[in-house]
Design a protein around this ligand. Structure first.
Ligand code: TEU
Length: 568
């Protein structure tokens, strides 16, 4: 890709706001749009280009807004449409574009569409969702009578019985998140109309939640097949029937035609796609196919999972290199990927892949950031990551809020697991680790709220907070500012070729980026053991240090040191 032909988002950095935990402006303990408006200077200082706002639509908040009951409004928890419009205006005035979270694989069970659909088997909206009778020969509600054996992402079966009609509805996530039936053209048109309405309001694109799950592999007779049994579970893996299903490319091409084609503007579409392969990702993001601009995939954040996400193993460096390397190579000619360690669904990267002990927290956070931002792809900074925020203490089950975590705990304990072991796993892997309030300053509640925060503030905010970092040139924040600036000013960082070095090294992660005769070498020590550079990489006399995370670079790569070098 030639730098002058590369789309603007190859040079961009996205910042994700999870509004409930970002900043509270009205003292109810829950972050809101007024809070985002109060902290816009933070985004400007960081230098990010795009703001991805997690859902702010009216919602019963069963999954913190990923269960939407009205696609064309703002939940009073977060503000109103007037405040939203002000946010769009203020962001644009600062040169920042706004991505809305598009959650259209499912709605809330309180969405009027679902209430109608549920009201009777003959309702015109019955077919807007996936209604199925019990398994042939079984009575509704009998154990195992669910139409398929699929396990939900949030524990238990993917089917919930509606007593009134004796039929089940499909929910890949929580039972309060019924799946929309994308086979029905009315559903698709309703979604496209809603997307156009937001674009007309001034938003610049969408991050599309689990968008590769829209198309289900349904037989002509309407049946859906069982999946292979999952180890240690009463349920099976249905993913072959809903990940990148038979009509997914058709649906996304239709969405592009109906929503974006012919519209003026610099839009961005990001497809969040659990389980997507590199080959599929190339199809989804080939500009000639007009589906989405980039994928947001999960391979690297699954490498430390054992039999489930709750069974966490140490990350093996070779696996990380193999995964990142394969994605870099697979999308080198065609397609585009997102780069991230953290989001609202992942534990904090500095605790998970770095070292959050006082000695190495700052160094490992800046090392991980350097590694990520120097890859080819669009980097994402999740709120607080730029401050080195770490996993929360979350000492007891009562400290957790997340539906996935709480469902897992109930199911695991009732299936005989030891409660203390379940809690230990939650503390490592729960999504709530990413959802504690942003730490703005050292005051009580970290400057997040004047009320009682909806989830505990990490007590380490007295030391780890934005106010302390703004004026410190060595801070995690200052390092992110430099990384973002480097992408903005260096075409080689944005679109240069990628070559992995030392693929089998267990602690040092190194690669080159090159473009038009310019070459960068990036070398990161992802361990506390120093490594002699001389033995590792070919001599590069005259190499210039473009950016590093530790002062006084010498012949030895110190614990968690990262360097970006320009070759002469
Ligand atoms: O998540 C998609 C997803 O499959 C996982 O990341 C999932 O949330 C979980 O972590 C699996 O262990 C998206 C949203 O990002 C997430 O917050 C929502 O809960 C989910 O979809 C349902 O809308």
């Amino acid at each position: 890709m030639l730098p002058e032909e590369a789309p603007w988002w190859t040079r961009a950095v996205v910042y994700q706001v999870y509004p409930r935990s970002f900043m509270d402006s009205d003292g109810d303990g829950i972050g809101d749009l007024g809070g985002v408006l109060q902290r816009l200077d933070h985004l400007t200082a960081l230098g990010v280009d795009v703001l991805w706002l997690s859902p702010v639509y009216p919602s019963p908040q069963a999954d913190n807004g990923y269960d939407i009951s009205d696609y064309q409004g703002i939940d009073p928890l977060f503000g109103d449409l007037a405040t939203f419009d002000r946010l769009v205006t203020e962001l644009h005035a600062r040169g920042i574009t706004l991505l809305m979270d598009l959650v259209v694989n499912h709605t809330s069970d309180q969405h009027p569409w679902f209430l109608e659909s549920r009201s009777s088997p003959t309702n015109p909206k019955r077919d807007w969702y996936w209604w199925r009778p019990p398994r042939p020969g079984m009575a509704a509600g009998a154990p195992g009578a669910e139409p398929t054996n699929w396990q939900s992402f949030f524990s238990g079966p993917t089917w919930e019985l509606d007593e009134a009609s004796g039929e089940y509805y499909l929910h890949l996530f929580d039972r309060r998140q019924p799946d929309l039936n994308w086979e029905n053209p009315q559903v698709r048109q309703a979604v496209y109309a809603m997307m156009r309405w937001w674009l007309d309001r001034g938003v610049d694109g969408f991050r599309m939640d689990v968008i590769n799950m829209l198309s289900k592999d349904v037989a002509p007779d309407g049946s859906l097949p069982d999946g292979p049994p999952l180890p240690g579970s009463a349920w099976g893996d249905g993913s072959a029937s809903y990940l990148c299903g038979p009509r997914i490319h058709e649906f996304l091409q239709e969405m592009h035609r109906e929503v974006f084609a012919g519209r003026d503007g610099a839009f961005l579409t990001v497809g969040e796609m659990p389980g997507v392969t590199v080959e599929q990702a190339r199809l989804f993001t080939d500009p000639a196919r007009a589906e989405v601009d980039m994928v947001f995939q999960f391979e690297h954040v699954g490498l430390d999972h054992g039999t489930s996400k709750w069974d966490v193993h140490p990350l093996r460096m070779r696996d990380l290199k193999a995964s990142f390397g394969r994605w870099q190579a697979g999308l080198a000619e065609v397609g585009w990927n997102s780069l991230y360690w953290d989001n609202h669904d992942q534990p904090r990267a500095v605790s998970r892949f770095g070292d959050d002990s006082p000695r190495y927290r700052r160094d490992s956070a800046t090392c991980l950031a350097t590694l990520l931002h120097l890859h080819r792809g669009t980097p994402y900074v999740y709120q607080g990551e730029e401050l080195g925020m770490a996993n929360a203490p979350l000492p007891t089950l009562a400290d957790f809020r997340d539906v996935e975590s709480l469902n897992h705990s109930v199911h695991a304990v009732s299936a005989g697991a030891d409660a203390a072991e379940v809690l230990a796993a939650l503390r490592v892997a729960s999504r709530d680790n990413a959802r504690t309030p942003v730490q703005w300053d050292a005051s009580p509640n970290a400057g997040f709220t004047t009320g009682t925060p909806w989830i505990g503030v990490n007590p380490d905010h007295t030391e780890w907070n934005a106010a302390a970092q703004y004026t410190d040139p060595a801070s995690v924040f200052a390092h992110h500012v430099r990384l973002i600036e480097l992408r903005h000013t260096s075409p080689v960082v944005a679109v240069g070729d990628f070559t992995m070095l030392l693929p089998d090294h267990d602690e040092v992660y190194a690669f080159t980026r090159s473009l038009d005769g310019e070459s960068l070498v990036v070398v990161c020590n992802l361990s506390a053991t120093p490594h002699d550079l001389a033995g590792l990489l070919p001599e590069a006399p005259g190499a210039e240090l473009v950016l590093g995370n530790l002062a006084d670079a010498g012949p030895e790569l110190r614990a968690w040191e990262a360097r970006v070098l320009r070759l002469p």
